[in-house]
Design a protein around this ligand. Sequence first.
Ligand code: F6P
Length: 494
Amino acid sequence: MSQRPVRNQRQYDFIVVSNRLPVDSVIDGDGNQAWAPSPGGLVAALEPVMHRHDGAWVGWPGRADLDLDPFDTDGMSLIPVPLSEAEVADYYEGFSNATLWPLYHDVIAVPEFLREWWETYRVVNRRFAERTAEVAGRGAVVWVQDYQLQLVPKLLRDARPDLTIGFFNHIPFPSYGLFSQLPWRTQIIEGLLGADVVGFQRDADAGNFAQAVRRLKGFATKGQHIAVPLTDPNPGRRASGPVREDGPTRTVVARKFPISIDAPYFRATSHREDIRARANEIRADLGNPKVIMLGVDRLDYTKGIRHRLLAYGELLAEGRVKPEEVILVQVASPSRERVKSYMDLRDEVEVTVGRINGEYSAIGHQAISYHHHSYPREEMVALYLAADVMLVTALRDGMNLVAKEYVASRFDNDGVLVLSEFAGASDELKRAVLVNPHDIEGLKEAMMSAIEMPPAERAMRMRSMRKRVFEDDVEKWSSGFLDTLTARRTAEPT
Ligand code: F6P
């Protein structure tokens, strides 16, 4: 791996590394290359962080076989990492999204363990690490993001011991019983332990990681601290038992840093006259129903869209909700469309929506208003303002920032959040109507109690949740992580 900076390459003191850049290369209607905001909460959370630091963002530009030079956009320096068509299939769609994603989300879909996918994951992680090492100034802080890049911390540390390296896992980290299914579990743990700080969404995730470290590497863990020997006695292999602690070690901190949103942005946008007018217009366009329920998700099987539709369909069938009074707006943004489980999900969701609408919609009163695309952020705020009930019914979710965006947008202290207890956000938003989405009867009751909740209770719950979201916003998340990271640098100089 190259350890020296490339000639004429600008060097940075702060670098974010993630699978995707904040913008995706797309081909517009005229066949020209254009840039569109990348999907997902990760990018939305990191953008404000990047605007506060004069750093660089290393990532894939979202299309295969694009070899671009570094460029600046919206005040950020972007360093593209190219992926071939085969690498997109094996590293991104394969190992990241058909192996790790289902495994880390409690095996909601069956993970596939293909050796060629693993080989490509290694190759691509090495490329990300090499590109980062080239642009990192001496002693730089590097913050690696998410499950697609778990080998990068160790590769970087081996090449550039002068760097301070953080890793944040945006998705859940599974229990050892599930994680141990992964044929390459030891290499993944070694990869992550290359970081100085490994961050998770919830205490449970950090605990699962510490257990995997003990079981696979035999390293001692105490609270948030892991003692990693400077020389691993079992490199690349599982330890047969606890490792003796008498040699020199370095400390890795593993703990939770719950991610959040740019709450002031949502407050300011939701207050805008034009956005409030747009919210009224949405309500009118939907036929002025008494209650608008809203779901906003990437079209992903972890989000519990099927469960939500099943519960809503049963409420319609039982006559407990009437399409003349209630509408469900479901925004399902396209995601990972070449992965089989995602194609199957889309088919199932769209057949179910069609069936429910066919059966229950009346002229001028649709049961479900379904949208298979994403919307600009401002339109989302108008939708949040229009929605009386927000449904977040994930079967497993690292955090779920949509739940926090809804709360931050409700400056009127109105609206009810129905929130899955399997989403990380439920640790903080305890005044939501909490549900187990597998329990369809319970989900139906939760929807009904949200629809019927008296205004005073709605306001009391929303006020309490807003307090929490504005106290713990994305600025607190990033400064909490980066302060911990820089404290490690002072604690363990290289
Ligand atoms: O938060 C999980 C995550 O996979 C992020 O890493 C990613 O940016 C987002 O969801 C969207 O997924 P994808 O990049 O696969 O479209």
